[in-house]
Design a binder for this molecule. Structure first.
Ligand code: PLP
Length: 409
């Protein structure tokens, strides 16, 4: 039986751990927002200009997406009932997946409740302990967790370093050959990267990576969470922009960033999607998202493909140019200066949190990103621009940053 003492010592232990987190400048807390997501949000009774969300095209509070959600609730109800394999698979999910496959020009698509569940389900379905995963150092936590969970040998290559990647592919190919004949199946080698990196905003050299994976007979999985809806002629992502979409076996992305809704997806061959329906545990053993989530994402995809989507994307990129010029002129060092994800790496955790606090005092909400989201000592302000910001918002932010980061100038 639990005594009160053991309960207290449990909380005491957690308090000790929390104190250690605080001492390193790594404590986090939830900030309540009393408004929709948008370029202005209401926190503690104050309106702040919001440079923190991944709602790049400003769709999270768009009337067309809200109407789609309301309509889906009217037609299909509030909840989904069970896993799609158990109680039947509601029509909005099928419509969404057909729209996704069309949008991405792939054979088929499957959606999951979150991007996190997408990575977990997909990688653990495809690979096991005899296989090898070679991943970029800066991939998202969900891909790292998936790689660990699947039990494959995990090798990490230096960020965007093709020589390091090739050295690992050589090693993996050798390991695969030396084990051939011993095992019943040839081990798979999977390369995993993002296209636009979530906390750094830089790009993976996808053409060169695709060439290497072909040379060494590996598979390639690319997470386009921060590129879908933003890059390429049809805004399919960076793979489209670089002309390599059909060389990527597993195209992953999220529905909760530029697409304005929530969820994750995989696009690829019919065989891949059929296999995931049968083997992706985070898909099989999880209640389907509410039908409104699928309908919202569907509306997001339609909007991205429309003339308004093109205009919103153009506007967001024009703001990025404007911000680049303003920060250049003011001497604010942005590490990856020409995207919608704009990191200012300050290094020290406590200093970065203080900079975030000073920006909030001036009316700007900019997150201080710290370990474990980025490496220790690589803390940063992460600014994200959206189509719903104004030129004035961006100019004011640049000025506030220069005062906050270079207070002497
Ligand atoms: C946000 C993100 C995810 C997770 O997606 P969620 O839908 O938020 O769970 C996966 N990969 C990358 C690169 C992301 O930025």
């Amino acid at each position: 039986m639990f005594s009160c003492d053991s309960v207290n010592s449990f909380d005491e232990e957690l308090e000790r751990r929390l104190a250690a987190i605080r001492a390193q400048g790594l404590h986090r807390e939830l900030r309540r927002v009393d408004s929709p997501q948008g370029p202005r949000i209401r926190i503690s009774g104050r309106e702040l200009i919001n440079f923190s969300s991944n709602d790049y095209l400003g769709l999270a509070n768009h009337p067309a997406l809200k109407a789609a959600a309301v309509h889906a609730v009217d037609e299909f109800g509030a909840g989904a009932g069970a896993s799609r394999l158990v109680c039947g698979s509601l029509a909005p999910f099928h419509e969404l997946e057909a729209a996704l496959a069309g949008f991405k020009a792939s054979e088929a698509a499957l959606t999951f409740a979150t991007g996190y569940a997408t990575a977990l389900g997909t990688i653990t379905a495809l690979l096991g302990k005899d296989d090898i995963i070679i991943a970029d150092k800066l991939i998202h936590a969900c891909l790292v967790d998936a790689a660990k969970l699947c039990g494959a040998k995990l090798r990490i290559f230096a960020h965007n370093d093709l020589n390091d990647l090739e050295a690992m592919l050589k090693w993996a190919d050798q390991a695969r050959r030396s084990g051939a004949g011993v095992r019943s199946k040839t081990p798979a080698i999977l390369i995993v990267t993002e296209s636009v990196f979530s906390m750094d905003g830089d790009h993976a050299p996808l053409r060169e990576i695709a060439a290497l994976k072909e040379q060494y007979g590996a598979w390639l999985m690319v997470d386009e969470a921060h590129a879908t809806g933003l890059y390429g002629m049809n805004r399919r992502g960076l793979a489209e922009d670089l002309g390599v979409s059909d060389r990527i076996e597993i195209q992953m992305g999220t529905l909760g960033k530029a697409l304005g809704a929530s969820g994750g997806y995989v696009c690829g061959s019919r065989a891949l999607i059929d296999f995931l329906v049968n083997r992706a545990r985070s898909f099989i053993f999880s209640t389907a998202p509410v039908p409104a989530a699928a309908a919202t994402a569907m509306a997001g995809i339609q909007l991205v493909q429309s003339a308004e989507g093109a205009e919103r994307s153009r506007k967001a990129w024009a703001l990025a140019d404007r911000f680049e010029h303003a920060t250049d002129a003011l001497g604010v060092g942005v590490t990856a200066p020409n995207g919608l994800i704009l990191p200012i790496i300050l290094g020290d955790e406590t200093k970065t949190v203080e900079a975030g606090t000073r920006l909030r005092e001036q009316g700007f909400f900019v997150p201080a990103i710290r370990y474990p989201t980025v490496a220790r000592g690589a803390a940063r302000l992460r600014i994200t621009l959206t189509a719903n910001h104004s030129a004035d918002d961006v100019g004011k932010l640049a000025l506030a940053l220069s005062k906050t980061i270079n207070p002497q100038s």
